[in-house]
Design a protein around this ligand. Structure first.
Ligand SMILES: Cc1cc2nc3c(=O)[nH]c(=O)nc-3n(C[C@H](O)[C@H](O)[C@H](O)COP(=O)(O)OP(=O)(O)OC[C@H]3O[C@@H](n4cnc5c(N)ncnc54)[C@H](O)[C@@H]3O)c2cc1C
Length: 486
């Protein structure tokens, strides 16, 4: 690991003139103060397995495969830096749950598959916890709740349906009482519940720590090695080319999620969406007390374009959300739309926490997440390319699901029978010509935002002007080790 902390000096971001706002590195990268420094791929080489993408999905897959198959030659090719995609830009809340509603899952696939799917998301949390403890990854891992909170009665009704569906599958979760809801989420919510078996991590330090662990297991990691082309060579082998090197392998995993670009094999089903996050300067004890929330766990409201927030180890508020954007790949409109969302996000943060109205924002960033119409990931073989697999389109829920898929990939590698019934192991959902998919997604995003505005205008409960004052909670580093449920 090389120390290059100077690149990431913390500066207050000018949030007043939206046209002059520039993105920074995610707060996690700034706080880590270092980045891994892996060599580029060079020359012509061969591997048993090549993984394209150095985010959590690719790293966790390398980890499980290297553990299960010692001696196998594995290479990770990363276009930029390890953890530089959605993983290092995420909020680091590793909890159970899927983006598709449990109701739709039950209706489409039946209760057995719905149960297996939800269980997989919980197993992903447990598997990641196992890795962090086994490899002693220093990533501020904490067992803290993930609280879902309704701003309006309509949202509460949707949550009630969700809880009833979970109950039918055998997972009973109770509503929080009024006091506990305020303690866990802050004022201004009408109802809420928590998933308690949740892990909070610093996602960039997680990626960097996991990269170190896989390197020690003998995996070759190459940064600045963007794959530009893939072609089948021989009967099953695939050759991947960067600008100056080629590597051939019998098995390839594409783990690029929202950053797949032209290599996306499911271009008619998967669309990248851009999400936005900001982080404040460290809060004083007084400011933390006046948040009106105990500062533990991750919180998410129940609009289509929700806000989510959590604290860092050094007591900064990380606040994300606002409308997602379908990027155009033209930098001018893309940076304009990012600025507009960030300005709105800042407003939403001040509305939720009036005490933070004038707090300096020291980081604001955006990352891409692959998304599908049915809001389920795709973990499947790539049609027409023997030996090439795909794991992505996590629809913003990838921190647990990608780890579960990674573990499963290692179990299934080289021909073991697939006894799992997961609904995302086949490509499905709508497949549209790309321009229609992009246009449809943009319209859909706009519609969801309008629906939120109507819902909140007609049904929101305002936070009280003077929220309750809490003693700031000490961050508790997790010491509990969970049994992995398989
Ligand atoms: C703002 C935001 C907040 C989020 N918060 C949460 C959260 O709290 N909890 C949660 O569960 N999920 C969250 N998510 C989703 C989660 O971060 C992702 O699902 C997960 O990190 C995806 O991991 P990945 O490894 O599949 O993809 P990524 O981390 O995006 O990694 C893909 C990598 O592939 C590389 N790549 C792309 N093309 C090529 C190429 N041609 N050659 C080589 N490399 C290439 C990219 O450079 C990138 O590093 C969030 C997402 C966003 C955008």
């Amino acid at each position: 690991m090389s120390g290059t902390g100077d690149e990431f000096a913390l500066k207050e971001v000018d949030m007043v003139d939206a046209t002059r706002c520039l993105d920074t590195a995610p707060i996690w990268v700034q706080l880590a103060g270092y980045v891994p420094n892996e060599p580029r791929l060079s020359g012509t080489s061969r591997a048993d397995l090549v993984i394209v993408g150095g985010g959590l999905s690719g790293l966790a897959t390398a980890y499980f495969v290297a553990k299960a198959w010692p001696g196998m030659k594995i290479a990770i090719l990363e276009a930029g830096r390890i953890g530089g995609g959605a993983t290092g830009g995420s909020t680091g809340i590793v909890g159970p749950g899927l983006k598709m509603s449990i109701r739709r899952l039950r209706k489409t696939y039946g209760d057995q598959i719905a149960r297996v799917a939800f269980e997989a998301s919980q197993q992903g949390v447990n598997l990641l916890r196992e890795i962090i403890y086994a490899e002693q990854i220093d990533c501020d891992a904490r067992d803290e709740p993930h609280t879902l909170a309704a701003i309006t009665h309509r949202q509460r009704d949707r949550m009630a349906a969700h809880l009833a569906d979970l109950d039918s599958l055998g997972y009973t979760i109770d509503w929080l009482n009024e006091d506990e809801l305020v303690r866990r989420a802050g004022p201004g919510y009408v109802a809420g519940f928590s998933y308690d078996d949740v892990l909070l991590v610093d996602p960039y330090r997680l990626a960097v720590g996991l990269a170190k662990a896989v390197r020690e297991l003998g995996v070759d990691i190459h940064e600045h090695s963007r794959v530009l082309e893939m072609r089948t060579t021989g009967s099953t082998a695939t050759t991947l080319s960067t600008t100056s090197a080629d590597i051939t392998a019998d098995r390839v995993l594409l783990a690029m999620d929202g950053y797949s670009g032209k290599l996306e094999p499911f271009r008619r089903s998967v669309i990248p969406i851009r999400a936005h996050v900001m982080a404040t300067a460290p809060l004083t004890d007084q400011q933390r007390a006046e948040l009106g929330w105990n500062g533990r766990g991750g919180i998410i409201d129940q609009r289509n374009y929700f806000n989510y927030y959590r604290m860092t180890a050094d007591q900064r508020l990380v606040f994300g959300g606002g409308p997602v954007v379908v990027p155009t790949e033209d930098p001018v409109p893309d940076s304009r739309s990012a600025d507009a969302v960030q300005v709105r996000l800042r407003r939403e943060m001040a509305a939720r926490f009036p005490v933070l109205r004038d707090i300096p924002v020291v980081a604001r960033w955006k990352s891409l997440a692959g998304s599908t119409e049915d809001r389920l990931p795709i973990v499947a073989g790539v049609p027409g390319m023997p030996g090439v697999h795909y794991a992505g389109a996590w629809c913003g829920h990838g921190l647990s699901l990608s780890v579960h898929s990674a573990w499963r990939f290692s179990e299934l590698l080289w021909g073991q029978a697939d006894s799992h019934l997961l609904p995302w192991t086949k490509s499905r959902g709508i497949a549209l010509p790309r321009p229609a998919l992009e246009l449809g997604s943009r319209l859909y995003v706009r519609l969801l935002d309008l629906a939120d505005k109507y819902d909140v205008r007609t049904g929101a409960v305002r936070p009280p002007a003077e929220p309750r004052v809490f003693q700031p909670a000490e961050s508790s580093t997790a010491t509990r080790r969970m049994e992995v449920v398989r």
